[in-house]
Design a protein around this ligand. Structure first.
Ligand SMILES: [Zn+2]
Length: 468
């Protein structure tokens, strides 16, 4: 028996989990617009007294949908639907707001995945302390004691919101639901999904059923109470734990925290961390949050290009190229480093962590075919300064230049940022957002280089086309 028998007779949602009885009324705060399923004397969001009033719910609204379970199903013309106004609160962390699509959406659930130790708890407590909400914040810690969380907050120098962050150290859903009703938080940090358990979904904590059941209850709670939920989840290097993958379907937004390398320059403390959205119902999935993680916790990087460019005293050695890439709406300059050595085995191999090995192989094949530069007998190594993963096609011409430079021993001209996508025919296709790229390059003292084809690019950048 997985679910309680009395609930099993009711309506089930798509996960097979029984849904609660639909509520009949909502109460909206006249001062800030916060909504509650029950009347309260004091608004949990803005703290005003006697501002909650009973409100008629239109069938198109969120609350109206919740009512439809009890009445006959109906539709209505799209023109008659009230547009659901976006209610967001700032997380207080610019890079997190960017990845979320402009702040924390009310009634949303965010899953924050990442390897153990990458900084998920640090991001959650920093966000709790910086969030621009006036209501209370509940921090549910299933792994660390309240004292440990307090020590971390002190170590990070967090002082804001400490009176409004309520700590509870349990993973038991029944206890959490009691605390939620007592605290009425507007923001919930649950650290982590793996520690959530309930008496109602089988005996062993940490099973997928336990996690699903608890996550569903927490998500329902925030949707009913105009709050927002952050739920952290441990993921192994190869994403092997199936639990968080299941949770991805239940939440509105899925963020993954990734480990980068050491910053290339800029004098930053600590190593790079990247926050990426892999699912976002309320924003794009292209945006990337860039942080460094050091003594002071996660730091937002003011000028990220400095992380991915290596400052040098003398000339740039062969094998180094500067790429102009777009990560979401942001234009970055990134140093690529290539090394070619005669293949040890009979098959040439590609070693590349930050750019897909398939892309490296294809660019190498283009160089061999169209410029006659022999790379098929070489092992190819490609690095990106700062360890940032690059998925943009516009990196290909710079990658070709780095490989060409590494193989021929001719260095690239200084202060040249390269952008272009390669076709299999050896053409260089124009990149999007050229003006933004030029602006970024210019600001850092670089000129933007792009060309019509591979041969023209080699002539312009290296002065000659070296054959064979
Ligand atoms: Zn209010």
């Amino acid at each position: 028996m997985i679910f309680p028998p009395q609930a099993a007779e009711g309506i089930k949602n798509v996960y097979g989990i029984p849904m609660k009885k639909p509520r009949a009324l909502i109460f909206r705060c006249g001062s800030c617009g916060h909504e509650e399923p029950k009347w309260l004397g004091r608004c949990p969001e803005c703290g005003e007294w006697n501002t909650l009033t009973e409100t008629a719910v239109s069938p198109g609204s969120h609350a109206g949908r919740a009512l439809s379970g009890g009445t006959a199903p109906r539709s209505l013309p799209l023109s008659a639907v009230d547009p659901q106004e976006e209610k967001r609160v700032g997380s207080g962390i610019e890079e997190l707001d960017r990845v979320l699509g402009g702040g924390i959406m009310k009634r949303s659930a965010v899953l924050l995945g990442g390897e153990p130790g990458i900084g998920k708890s640090t991001l959650l407590i920093q966000t709790a302390a910086a969030a621009g909400t006036r209501g209370r914040i509940l921090y549910i810690s299933g792994e660390e004691s309240a004292g440990q969380v307090r020590m971390r907050a002190d170590r990070l120098g967090l002082t804001a919101n400490l009176d409004r962050i309520e700590m509870c150290c349990t993973g038991r859903l029944e206890d959490i639901l009691v605390i939620l009703e007592a605290v009425k938080p507007v923001l919930i940090m649950a650290d982590s999904a793996q520690t959530l358990h309930t008496d109602e979904a089988g005996p062993a904590p940490g099973t997928i059923n336990q996690m699903k059941f608890c996550a569903y209850e927490l998500i329902s709670w925030v949707k009913d109470h105009d709050a927002a939920l952050f739920l952290s989840a441990h993921v192994t290097k190869d994403g092997l734990i199936s639990g968080p993958k299941t949770l991805e379907h239940m939440v509105d937004t899925v963020l993954y925290f990734e480990q980068g390398g050491n910053p290339g320059g800029g004098g930053y403390d600590g190593d790079c961390r990247f926050l990426r959205a892999v699912k976002n119902r309320f924003g794009s999935v292209d945006e990337i949050g860039i942080f460094t993680m050091g003594e002071g916790g996660l730091q937002v990087v003011a000028d990220p290009s400095l992380l991915f460019l290596v400052r040098r005293e003398g000339a740039v050695p062969p094998g180094i190229a500067t790429a102009s890439v777009m990560e979401g709406s942001r234009s970055l300059l990134v140093e690529l480093q290539a090394l070619t050595v005669p293949a040890k085995g009979s098959v040439s191999r590609v070693f590349s962590g930050s750019i897909e090995t398939n892309r490296v192989s294809r660019v190498a094949a283009s160089l061999e075919k169209h410029l006659g530069l022999r790379l098929s007998d070489q092992d190819l190594y490609v690095n990106v300064a700062g360890g940032i993963r690059i998925n943009e096609v516009g990196v290909e011409l710079a990658l070709a230049a780095a490989l060409y430079s590494a193989r021929t021993g001719i260095a690239l001209p200084a202060a040249t940022a390269i952008a272009g996508e390669l076709s299999l025919a050896g053409e260089v296709l124009p990149v999007r957002k050229k003006a933004a790229r030029e602006k970024t390059a210019g600001g850092l003292g670089f000129s933007l280089f792009t060309a019509g084809d591979l041969k023209g690019a080699a002539l312009a950048l290296f002065g000659s086309v070296k054959l064979g």
